[in-house]
Design a protein around this ligand. Structure first.
Ligand code: HEC
Ligand code: HEC
Ligand code: HEC
Ligand code: HEC
Ligand code: HEC
Length: 283
């Protein structure tokens, strides 16, 4: 009887230990991603720029940055502005690589040193060409903001942002062209989240989705509606393969759950039978 109890406990414990293992492994992997930049213990830029002596109109910058996607990914002041965050006295010296604030027309190169593929598409686009020819094209921060940069989505395409220079009509057509693939990617992101909360190791699937997502979103920066429509089939196909793989994992998960429920019932039933048997009058 006691062994049966041990067995039951073991059956309950084993899957949850395995799930904890998955989660730990995922976290370790995540923190060691190549772009999880250099960690500076005491950052002089942030220290001084958030101190009381900082001039009022600059004080909010640190707060804005703190809630940005860049801050969450360890992209700090010096990663964009240059300079030395370890030495307060010299931190804003050009000899330590400080480049300061970019002028409007310099912003694409300033951001594009990291977002290389996007810069390339942007420079070849109607927007990039207009910037070069007349200085009237939008730059990265026109659409994304400067310090409180969030994760990007098609919500950036809205009347407020896109009617500053031309009618909303062409922006709307672009948004419609992006919609199908964006919707699919949104659904798949939600499914990945569900799988992860079930303790399934999804790192590889996640990487695959993120790289497809990055590739697709870079395409927007061409602002070429017919190019986006043309590439939609390619992207839909690529995503279907990954989606099929995810649906298989869901099926496997359901099977595993049903199977452990079956085992539970089986052992509970056996327990009852053994109990009744042990209560039967002995001869
Ligand atoms: C993603 C890149 C990026 C990061 C990270 C970043 N900045 Fe900036 N910063 C910019 C850009 C681009 C501008 C120019 C904005 C403009 O012209 O409107 C700027 C402008 C500034 C200015 C001048 C503002 C003005 O009104 O003249 C200050 C001061 C500044 N940043 C401080 C900081 C500090 C402090 C941090 C860290 C907490 C930081 N920045 C992080 C990109 C960045
Ligand atoms: C000891 C204080 C202090 C430290 C450390 C410091 N700053 Fe500043 N920073 C200032 C002050 C003060 C100003 C305003 C200067 C002005 O208005 O002339 C400023 C202005 C700036 C500006 C806007 C003006 C410009 O030249 O472009 C940027 C960008 C900036 N800081 C970034 C940084 C970065 C990046 C670091 C770290 C590598 C840093 N700061 C470290 C005090 C500091
Ligand atoms: C030092 C490198 C670096 C610089 C410079 C830089 N970024 Fe980033 N940026 C990153 C990293 C790393 C991430 C996080 C990984 C990711 O999401 O792609 C990121 C994320 C982003 C995202 C969100 C992407 C998403 O997943 O939705 C946007 C938007 C963005 N950056 C815009 C900008 C803009 C605009 C500038 C210039 C003002 C800029 N970046 C400058 C490295 C940089
Ligand atoms: C700072 C001004 C400015 C803003 C803001 C702006 N655009 Fe533009 N846009 C231009 C200019 C300039 C052109 C190219 C000249 C033209 O065709 O009028 C252009 C062209 C376009 C084109 C046509 C490109 C082509 O090659 O045919 C599309 C599509 C477009 N913009 C979409 C958008 C969207 C979407 C937004 C908002 C997220 C936006 N624009 C915000 C200035 C702007
Ligand atoms: C006219 C507005 C506009 C301009 C200018 C612009 N972007 Fe974007 N950006 C967007 C929109 C809209 C998206 C989201 C597209 C989507 O969801 O398909 C986006 C997506 C992104 C992403 C997310 C890609 C990913 O991996 O998910 C990054 C990073 C980015 N932009 C950086 C930049 C940089 C750097 C520049 C300047 C060279 C720039 N953007 C110029 C509107 C703009």
């Amino acid at each position: 009887m006691r062994y049966l109890l041990y067995l039951l406990i073991a059956i309950i414990l084993v899957p949850s230990i395995a799930a904890a293992g998955y989660r730990e492994e995922f976290e370790r992997e995540f923190l060691s991603k190549p772009w999880a930049g250099e960690q500076v213990e005491v950052d002089a830029c942030i220290g001084c720029h958030s101190s009381d002596t900082m001039k009022q109109e600059y004080r909010w910058i640190v707060e804005n940055w703190k809630s940005s996607w860049h801050a969450q990914n360890n992209i700090s002041c010096h990663d964009c502005h240059g300079g030395d965050p370890k030495d307060a006295a010299m931190s804003m010296s050009p000899s330590r690589g400080f480049i300061g604030t970019p002028k409007y027309a310099e912003v694409p190169d300033f951001c594009g040193k990291c977002h290389i593929g996007i810069l390339k598409n942007y420079l070849e686009s109607g927007h990039g060409k207009a910037l070069k020819a007349s200085g009237r094209g939008p730059v990265c921060i026109t659409c994304h903001g400067t310090h409180r940069i969030d994760k990007a989505s098609i919500d950036i395409i809205n009347e407020q942002t896109c009617t500053k220079c031309h009618s909303y009509d062409r922006a709307r057509r672009m948004k419609q062209a992006l919609f199908v693939v964006e919707k699919k990617m949104g659904d798949m992101e939600r499914d990945l989240k569900t799988l992860r909360s079930e303790g399934i190791f999804v790192d590889e699937k996640e990487r695959s989705l993120f790289s497809t997502q990055a590739e697709f979103r870079a395409l927007f920066h061409t602002v070429d509606v017919s190019l986006v429509s043309e590439r939609t089939d390619d992207f839909t196909k690529k995503l279907s393969i990954l989606d099929k793989n995810m649906q298989d994992t869901f099926a496997e998960l359901r099977f595993r759950k049903n199977f452990s429920a079956f085992l539970m019932l089986l052992f509970a039933g056996m327990g009852v039978i053994i109990f009744i048997y042990s209560k039967l009058p002995k001869e």
